[in-house]
Design a binder for this molecule. Structure first.
Ligand SMILES: Nc1ncnc2c1ncn2[C@@H]1O[C@H](COP(=O)(O)OP(=O)(O)OP(=O)(O)O)[C@@H](O)[C@H]1O
Ligand SMILES: [Mg+2]
Length: 268
């Protein structure tokens, strides 16, 4: 579904340049759930922006569904949940979730039905007419996720979708996302700083090095689906995967210290 072939990305600004992605090749199968972890600034969001066609690689090629991705030409049926809170403050929950469908000229009655079934899926029934400032962080995050899901994406790019949430809300959202994915089987690429979350949800976890980034580890998480986000954490397999990933990532954090790395590295 997604193929990255020898991708490099160098950002230039005046006379200076910075190579965020050194050399990354990666193939992601249809319906696979892949997480990407790595130190802050290693190019994770850049990688998602490249797959979405928002920016061009400095070298290499990207294909989505066998189509070459070119800048400004967003692959069809692609959903992107940005790292920053992406809901529009002046629209209600219902209007936010239905926004993409309105742009796609779907008839109003159909939009209402579709939005209503999505809100049910994410336990947001009853909040249709709330504005984002009236919601909790978790509810806003769910609204943003539903906005992304409304147009039935086949490829879903998620940039730290649960970043700023408490553990309880996070695990509930894991359960919801996992259920949505089990039903619809999109291809998901999720960037996260949370190894627990990566192991609990994904088929594969990719560990990137600090910039210029390359793949340090591509680990298959062979825990059977469906997984319960609570009980999966108690399994032996979960612990084994977590240790293997941390073994690589923890060393990389210490090698390329930044704000996050200093804290996490000292806990290793
Ligand atoms: N538009 C841009 N112009 C110049 N440099 C950029 C641009 N976007 C990103 N960068 C640089 O590229 C590097 C990677 O940025 P990116 O946002 O992809 O990192 P990240 O891995 O997502 O980090 P984080 O975990 O903090 O979100 C950083 O050094 C950043 O400063
Ligand atoms: Mg980022």
């Amino acid at each position: 579904m997604i193929a990255l072939d020898a991708i490099r990305k160098t950002y230039r600004s005046g006379a200076t340049s910075h190579t965020a992605i050194g050399n990354v090749s990666l193939t992601i199968a249809d319906g696979e759930f892949v997480s990407i972890v790595g130190p802050s600034g290693c190019g994770k969001s850049t990688l998602l922006n490249l797959i979405a066609g928002f920016i061009a690689p400095s070298a290499g090629e990207i294909r989505v569904k066998d189509q070459l991705v070119e800048p400004g030409h967003v692959p069809s049926r692609l959903g992107y949940l940005f790292q920053k809170d992406a809901v529009l403050p002046w629209l209600t929950v219902e209007q936010n979730v239905g926004l993409g469908l309105r742009f796609a000229h779907m008839p109003t009655a159909q939009i209402r039905d579709k939005v209503s079934s999505l809100l049910k899926l994410a336990n947001l029934r009853g909040y249709e007419n709330y504005f984002p400032y009236q919601l909790s962080g978790g509810m806003r995050q769910r609204t943003a996720l539903l906005m992304t899901l409304a147009c039935d994406p086949r490829v879903l790019l998620l940039d730290e979708p649960f970043g700023a949430l408490d553990s309880h809300t996070k695990i509930n959202l894991h359960r919801e996302l996992h259920e949505i994915w089990r039903q619809l089987r999109q291809t998901i690429v999720m960037v996260t700083h949370d190894l627990d979350e990566a192991v609990a949800l994904s088929d594969r976890v990719i560990v990137l090095s600090g910039p210029p980034s390359r793949i340090l580890l591509d680990r298959r998480i062979d825990i059977a689906h469906p997984r319960d986000p609570y009980t999966v954490r108690e399994t032996e397999q979960f612990g084994t995967h977590l240790r293997a990933l941390w073994g690589v990532l923890g060393k990389e954090y210490q090698r390329t210290p930044d704000g996050t790395a200093a804290i996490l590295g000292s806990a290793a």
